[in-house]
Design a protein around this ligand. Structure first.
Ligand SMILES: C[S@@+](CC[C@H](N)C(=O)[O-])C[C@H]1O[C@@H](n2cnc3c(N)ncnc32)[C@H](O)[C@@H]1O
Length: 348
């Protein structure tokens, strides 16, 4: 990869998607900036991207037109040769210290490596080496979250790619965009993580909604999160909700098919839907229910990717909901499997 050295108007990034979806992210990135090229680090997931733009322009363009399938990126500001031995720790830490910003700011250290790489040191030792160096040089504190800047390191057989960036420049401040929530005792379903991640990804505060409709709610992970946020929820599903939820004073459960329920116009300010149906069927079921949303209300909907045409699927679904609904953002979340999540608002 050495012959692909940067020039003033070519910059490099490590870019990551959900496993199996990198080709879509690459299509999006190439159509944003023709001439962009990729070299594999982890198959179908993580790549070095060479983009014919300077670093700042590339970051501005990508963060301003966020690709649906790009989970995470970081700029490669320095490349250090990898030998696999302990001496790498000092070399990487020294390179980080050279790049790091002025004193007194907090740093998150995020280290990843190629899948089968087994260095002669632990990742924790490398992290400690970087933290000590930053502390000695800049009196910088290492933090896990809400850092002023992120130090990213990706180790491969040939090199350590190093980048220093602000959290928003990486699209996600989780290492590689792998959003990890702690599973709670008695958690109703893992699907809850999807809505939690959507809340974070779309910059929402679910507690600001008073009344929500949850379509395809069982066993109740999304419903339980909305209830925790203090939202009054009407949950619709022919399947059973988890018994722990039943009897909650803010919950109305309709054990019915979404096609068989009707609600008053403009009576809810949030609609969420996580039905495992084809997007076409989902839209057919959801369209009449969107009438129940107030103008200015929001919808968070999971779209299943059925036939490998995700961009067309998003376009078709959004078009079917227009002109009343406006797409704010479509994103494949870390917790999405063969699906993506759309966030829309109601215009009128
Ligand atoms: C992936 S699960 C939803 C998980 C849920 N979001 C949670 O957090 O626990 C999909 C649900 O959609 C429901 N579903 C499928 N078709 C439906 C329909 N026509 N009307 C209402 N619910 C439906 C299924 O019964 C199933 O419970």
């Amino acid at each position: 990869m050495n012959e692909l050295a940067d020039s003033a108007d070519v910059s490099r990034f490590v870019v990551t998607s959900n496993r199996g979806f990198a080709a879509y992210a690459q299509d999006e990135l190439r159509s944003l900036t023709p001439g962009t090229k990729f070299d594999e680090l982890i198959a179908a997931e993580t790549y070095v991207m060479r983009i014919p733009l300077d670093r700042e322009t590339a970051i501005r363009r990508i963060t301003g037109n966020e690709p649906i399938f790009l989970r995470h990126m970081f700029p490669i500001d320095e490349t250090v040769a990898y030998s696999g031995g302990n001496e790498d720790i000092g070399a990487i830490a020294a390179a980080v210290a050279k790049l790091a910003p002025a004193a007194g700011r907090s740093a998150a250290i995020q280290i990843r490596k190629a899948e089968r790489l087994s260095p002669g040191f632990e990742m924790s030792e490398l992290k400690l080496g970087i933290v000590s160096m930053l502390h000695e040089t800049y009196d910088a504190d290492a933090v896990a979250k809400d850092a002023d800047y992120i130090v990213s390191v990706f180790l491969t057989e040939e090199a350590a790619y190093i980048g220093i960036s602000e959290p928003e420049q990486n699209l996600s401040d989780w290492p590689g965009g792998a959003v990890r929530f702690r599973k709670e005792e008695g958690q109703v379903s893992r699907a809850k993580f999807k809505l939690l991640e959507a809340e974070y990804e779309f910059g929402l505060d679910l507690s600001r909604y008073a009344k929500a409709l949850d379509i395809g709610a069982a066993p109740g992970g999304w419903t339980s999160l909305l209830l925790e946020r203090g939202v009054e929820v009407t949950a619709v599903d022919p399947a059973d909700l988890h018994p722990d939820l039943l009897g909650h004073p803010k919950l109305t459960f309709m054990k019915r098919n979404a096609g068989d329920v009707k609600f008053c116009e403009h009576s809810y300010d949030l609609l969420v839907c996580d039905m495992s149906w084809s997007p076409k069927m989902m839209v057919k079921l959801i369209l009449p229910l969107l009438e129940a949303l107030k103008p200015g209300g929001a919808a968070i909907i999971t779209l299943k990717l059925m036939h490998g045409k995700p961009f067309q699927t998003v376009k078709d679904c959004v078009r079917a909901m227009q002109p009343g609904m406006e797409l704010v953002k479509a994103k494949q979340l870390f917790h999405n499997r063969d699906e993506l999540t759309v966030f829309l608002t109601k215009k009128y």
